[in-house]
Every structure is written in structure tokens, then in C-alpha cells.
Ligand binder design. Structure first.
Ligand SMILES: Cc1ncc(COP(=O)(O)O)c(C=O)c1O
Length: 407
């Protein structure tokens, strides 16, 4: 099991008081805090070798390029991608998904083709498909959701049919904590030669993810949810698919030859990396991955599940707390307390030094499905402890008292 108390000391931002109380940060699903090795890697880049990549013929540029490409190798190994050519650096998971929605979907979908996604997606794995469907005449279809918040898979045969061209689905829901079983979904897609895009924004930071074992075609995730800086994300794509796709953005670095009326594209993955990339951010992501490898993703996953089970047990003891989503879940709990608005709840928790997210979590269809306008969410990562959960419970009890909430 991991030693969260020791890990916590690697995250300088956690060592502070908020409203007079030691900070308890329970919002890592929105963005995670950064360990010292990541901060150091970014500092070293700016203090020792800041330069542009892939173009400078000088020592700083060569070092920047080497470190940037080393970060790509770290990413490839981390998700067991077959080659670095399949790893495209983007701004975030959202941009990675949009890249596929523009470069693959618009060139490959025709009227009547179906894109299958689910009602429990983050907006970033829904809106790009709405736009792609509108542009191509393709049709959006949706998995059903069970009462517990899991995707219904007993009607897969009907949902994934000869018209299905793409299944775009999350591996872990940012609201319900649902862990989606991808194997049957990928198998159904394979039977009809549909592609599978996995939104790994909430899974890659929390559990081992192996793109070859999953056999997915695309995987998107964000660095900032796994200890890296903001501004860096990843699209993994099957090499033959990426090779056949048009570029997403045009400009410098993504070409091999440019003439006035036409151009030729650079090799993978540079064809998809137009302009100066997020260099420090990518190097920071490499450092975050090295840090997580030092802990072990199996252990991260096991620890979070144990901590979430503990949190669930504690919250269930509080009268009036409703927890949403399946029992078997990733490291987050979404809940409401009686009729207290989650924004009010989060404000009182903040007064107690406890940071949680409140709102619709960029997943309004999930709120519609739950029949609530908003929820509160406590999300955990490697630095959270049972004491953090106890502080959450203490602050929730205080909030109930403050609002005179007697269920
Ligand atoms: C499941 C899921 N997908 C996609 C995203 C989008 O991530 P980003 O805003 O970093 O692009 C998020 C962010 O919360 C998420 O939780």
C-alpha cells in the first residue's frame, strides 16, 4: 500500500492553511497538485535550456528537443503504446478528442453513419461528436445507463451494428466514478469494424492503462490531472489511422515541404503538432510519469479504491447525504446533502479548509439523468489520507448544522 502521508510531503502546495485550517484538497479530478520533481523539471527547463524544439542548431535547442522527445517516450511506455510515433502532444484531453473529431470523423463519416457514445460523458467527449455529426450527417446514439450508473451492455449487439463507425466512451466517469468495462465494448466494435476512442482523462492518472491490452484505436488524456502542468495533453492513436488522417491544425513543424498552393505533411506524430508545442509542459509530464512510476499505478489504483470505500462508509453515516453512482468505482464521490445547494455546501467546506468541486462537472446530461441541477464531488489522489476524509465529514456535519439541515 502507498504511504500517502509521505507522498503528501512531495506536494508543496498542500503545505498551507486555508481559512485557518490545514488544507484538505479533494478536487484532483478537476486538476491534481504537482509534485516537487515536476516543478523542478519545469524550473530546470526555463533556467538551464529554454529553447524551441526541432529547429535550433545550438546546444540549448538540442537539449530541449532531446528532453521533449524523452517525455514522449515516457508517455508511450506509460500506456504501453507500440511506438512514440503514436503519441501526439496536445493541449489537453479536450483537444485530443477534437483532433479525432476533425481529422478522422470529418473525412470518414457520411450521412447515416452512427457514433455511439454515452450519457455519462464529460462534455469534451460529447460536444465534439455533436459537431462532427452535424458536419457529416452522422447520427449520435447513446448507451443506456443502469439505475446504478453503469452502462447497459446487454443490448450491445443492437447498439453496435453495421452502421456504427465509432464508439467514443469514457473509461472512468468524472461524476459517477463508473469504471466502464471496455473489453466487451471493444469486442463489439471489432465485430463491425468500428473504431473505439477511450476518454482516459479520469483513468490514466489513477490506474494502469495499456492501450495494446485495451486494443483501443484512440486514447485521450490530460497531463494536469496526473501531476503535470496544465497545457499538455496526449492523443494516442493507432499508427495506420493517424497516418491516413489529415492534419488538424496547419502551420510550422507539421510539414515536410511547403509550396504556395500545397504542402506535404511531416512524419508522425509531428503532422499533428503544428506550431511551437508546450515544451516545458511536456517535459513536466515526463517528470510526472517518472514520479508515478516510482509509486506504481497498480498501487495507486488499489489505494484510491480503499480510500474511496472508507469515504463512502463515513459519508453514508451522515443523515441526508445521497451518494450517486455505482458501489464499484474510481477515486471520487459525488453527493448531495439534503436540499443544501452544492455551491453553498462547497463554500462552507472551504471555510473549513476543505476544497471540493460543486456544480454540473461539465456533464450536464449526467445531471439530467440524476434529476439534479448540481452535485458536490470529493475526488482523491495519491496524497489524500483517511484524515482528509475525516475532515470532510467533520466539515459536512458543520455545514448541516449551519444550514439547520435536519433530514
Ligand atoms: C472524463 C473527462 N474527460 C475529459 C475531460 C477534459 O479534460 P480537459 O479539460 O483537461 O481537456 C475531463 C476533465 O474534467 C474529464 O473528467
Amino acid at each position: 500500500m502507498i504511504n500517502a502521508r509521505a507522498i503528501r510531503r512531495d506536494f508543496p502546495v498542500l503545505d498551507q492553511r486555508v481559512n485557518g485550517r490545514p488544507l484538505v484538497y479533494l478536487d484532483s479530478a478537476a486538476t491534481a497538485q504537482k509534485p516537487r520533481p515536476v516543478i523542478e523539471a519545469v524550473r530546470r527547463f526555463y533556467e538551464e535550456y529554454n529553447a524551441n524544439v526541432h529547429r535550433a542548431i545550438h546546444a540549448l535547442g538540442e537539449r530541449a528537443t532531446a528532453e521533449y522527445e524523452e517525455a514522449r517516450r515516457h508517455v508511450a511506455r506509460f500506456i504501453n503504446a507500440p511506438s512514440e510515433r503514436t503519441i501526439v502532444f496536445t493541449k489537453n484531453a479536450t483537444e485530443a478528442i477534437n483532433l479525432v473529431a476533425y481529422s478522422w470523423a470529418r473525412g470518414n463519416l457520411k450521412p447515416g453513419d452512427e457514433i455511439l457514445t454515452s450519457p455519462i460523458e464529460h462534455h469534451s467527449n460529447l460536444v465534439p461528436w455533436q459537431l462532427a455529426a452535424r458536419a457529416t450527417g452522422a447520427v449520435l446514439r447513446f448507451f443506456d445507463v443502469t439505475e446504478e450508473g453503469q452502462l447497459r451492455l446487454d443490448n450491445l449487439e443492437e447498439l453496435v451494428n453495421e452502421r456504427t463507425r465509432l464508439v467514443a466512451v469514457t473509461q472512468l466517469s468524472n461524476v459517477l466514478g463508473t469504471m466502464v468495462p471496455l473489453d466487451p465494448i471493444v469486442a463489439a466494435a471489432r465485430r463491425v469494424a468500428a473504431l473505439v476512442l477511450v476518454d482516459g482523462a479520469q483513468s490514466v492518472p489513477h490506474m494502469p492503462v495499456d492501450v495494446q491490452a485495451l486494443d483501443c484505436d484512440f486514447l485521450a488524456f490530460s497531463g494536469h490531472k496526473m501531476g503535470a502542468p496544465t497545457g499538455i495533453g496526449v492523443l494516442y492513436g493507432r499508427e495506420e489511422l493517424l497516418a491516413a488522417m489529415d492534419p488538424f491544425l496547419g502551420g510550422g513543424d507539421m510539414i515536410s515541404a511547403v509550396r504556395l498552393h500545397e504542402s506535404e505533411w511531416a512524419d508522425l506524430p509531428y503532422k499533428f503538432e503544428a506550431g511551437t508545442p508546450p515544451i516545458a509542459e511536456a517535459i513536466g509530464l515526463g517528470a510526472a510519469i517518472e514520479y508515478l512510476n516510482g509509486i506504481g499505478m497498480d498501487r495507486v489504483h488499489a489505494y484510491e479504491r480503499q480510500l474511496t470505500a472508507y469515504a463512502r462508509e463515513q459519508l453514508e453515516r451522515l443523515l441526508g447525504v445521497v451518494i450517486y453512482g455505482p458501489r464499484e468505482r474510481g477515486g471520487l464521490l459525488t453527493f448531495n446533502v439534503g436540499d443544501i445547494h452544492p455551491h453553498d455546501l462547497a463554500t462552507v467546506l472551504d471555510h473549513h479548509g476543505v476544497a471540493v468541486r460543486a456544480g454540473h462537472h461539465c456533464a450536464q446530461p449526467v445531471m439530467d439523468w440524476l434529476g439534479v441541477p448540481a452535485t458536490a464531488r470529493a475526488s482523491f489522489w495519491i496524497y489524500n489520507t483517511e484524515e482528509d476524509v475525516d475532515r470532510l465529514v467533520e466539515a459536512l456535519s458543520a455545514a448541516k448544522e449551519f444550514f439547520g439541515h435536519v433530514p
